[in-house]
Design a protein around this ligand. Structure first.
Ligand SMILES: [Zn+2]
Length: 282
């Protein structure tokens, strides 16, 4: 275990925000980042974790499976993130931590067949499944890709697993072509109180939870511009039927009374916390 500074602003000032599985999550008093501190040493060198593999998901213990619902969900979101002009006649796309390949399958359907798609996935079962679907997926260290190689690089549900996302963004920038784009999907959670967090923290598989401002600043400092953020309802919160916000608030109140923590919870929390962030290499 090793004490670390905030990767976002380098401050060492924090307070303890939460704890789980014997790990502490602290909140930076300067920029607000939530991060595991101290961290296990292995996190720095474990390539699987760096590319988004949950430690619980060992080769023999896969906790989820290929999901058609995920593909449908991506197909609903993609037209709200990109338009058809976003893609040239041919382009190359790398999806880091691609899992069973659902995002690549959705992309092929949305962006067309002129793209060349590659996925990186450390989990053997997921990787083999994706290959059996005809996808080009292996477990390559991104350090092995040449400079200026891809038009697009995506990382969905990877950010919170990274020991230092700024370093990772710079490495992705290296393998992107000029004007190439990164796509990051992660939750906006740094401002939450522990009791408003929608699920367990999964420490230390998750190493940090950021905010839009923190990620914007990291991207700018890593050589990106043209940053745009599209937000969606975070599935960790109850689904709110359109125009029925009050119903959702009542649900939350009843649920928290049942949990005997109604005095502490924030019932009016904005649940559009699923962030999809685009940025361009400059
Ligand atoms: Zn900070």
């Amino acid at each position: 275990m090793r004490e670390v500074s905030c990767y976002s602003c380098k401050s060492d000032n924090y307070f303890e925000w939460g704890a789980e599985n014997g790990f502490k999550m602290v909140k930076c008093t300067n920029c607000g980042l939530l991060y595991v501190n101290p961290v296990p040493d292995e996190e720095e060198i474990d390539l699987a974790v760096k590319t988004g593999m949950h430690k619980g998901e060992t080769v023999l213990n896969v906790v989820n499976s290929f999901s058609d619902q995920k593909i449908n969900d991506y197909l609903e979101k993609l037209p709200l993130i990109y338009d058809k002009n976003s893609f040239g006649s041919t382009f190359s796309w790398l999806d880091i931590g691609c899992g069973y390949g659902e995002f690549i399958i959705a992309l092929k359907s949305f962006a067309g067949g002129s793209g060349i798609y590659k996925g990186i996935e450390p989990n053997e079962i997921k990787k083999n499944f994706a290959v059996s679907k005809g996808l080009d997926v292996d477990f390559t260290d991104i350090k092995n890709f040449p400079d200026d190689h891809f038009d697009f690089v995506s990382m969905l549900n990877v950010y919170s697993h990274l020991p230092d996302p700024g370093i990772f963004f710079k490495e992705i920038r290296r393998i992107l072509k000029k004007d190439g784009e990164i796509l990051i999907q992660t939750g906006d959670a740094a401002d939450l109180n522990r009791q408003d967090f929608p699920h367990t923290l999964y420490l230390p598989d998750h190493l940090s939870f950021a905010s839009e401002n923190i990620i914007r600043r990291l991207l700018e400092n890593s050589g990106y511009s043209g940053i745009s953020v599209r937000r969606f309802h975070n599935p960790g919160y109850p689904v709110m039927p359109a125009g029925l916000k009050i119903k959702k608030q009542l649900f939350e109140i009843l649920r928290s009374i049942k949990r005997s923590d109604h005095k502490k919870r924030n019932y009016f929390i904005n649940t559009d916390r699923d962030m999809w962030i685009r940025a361009r290499k400059v």
